[in-house]
Design a protein around this ligand. Sequence first.
Ligand code: ATP
Length: 202
Amino acid sequence: MLVIAITGGLGSGKTTVREILEDMGALGLDADELARRVVEPESEGARRVRKVFGGQFFDGEGRLDRQKMAQRVFSDQEARDLLESILHPLIKEEEARYLEEISKSKPDAVVVLEIPLLAEGGVKENYDRVVSVTADLETRIRRLFESGRYSRVEAEARIQSQATDEERASVADYIVDNSGERARTREQVAQIWRELQAARRD
Ligand code: ATP
């Protein structure tokens, strides 16, 4: 098994690159999916978040309103650190469980995970290879705006609060420039895929 981390700033194209790798035969895992799993109703994560932040962040079925939670902690560093300290260990446990399962059931797999905050304090050593996805700032802001998830101002503020492309480059084995058309990105990813196949044979 080869475990590949895909990192990159907000709207850089992590999901896009993960999906291309999945098309090529990799087994993808969305970190966002892990983050959702650890706060499912009745879970340990949901219980701890409720205890610390209160029931107003949950709906009648015990589901965490992640959007509301994100708004609550966005401009409050202390609250963000607190939430992070609750969720991060649980997410890592979930990730380890998943990888353990795959290493047994599919030992030849190339597994790809999105790790948005790898340069901000993730553990690079947990992964065999790190791919950093970049795109110029204007392009990212425009794509995020067009996706309907953020206003331009919000997208820019979030991007500014993250690590820089230079910091991400320092933890990366490969860099994919996703500023251009998807076909250009696919070509770069195909090259990486060939190198990964060769690495697996060695
Ligand atoms: P987030 O940080 O929000 O998780 P991300 O890094 O996973 O984002 P994507 O979701 O892959 O980035 O891309 C952000 C947006 O830009 C999406 O709406 C996606 O469809 C679009 N997009 C990504 N790459 C390209 C491209 N090369 N050409 C055009 N649109 C693109």
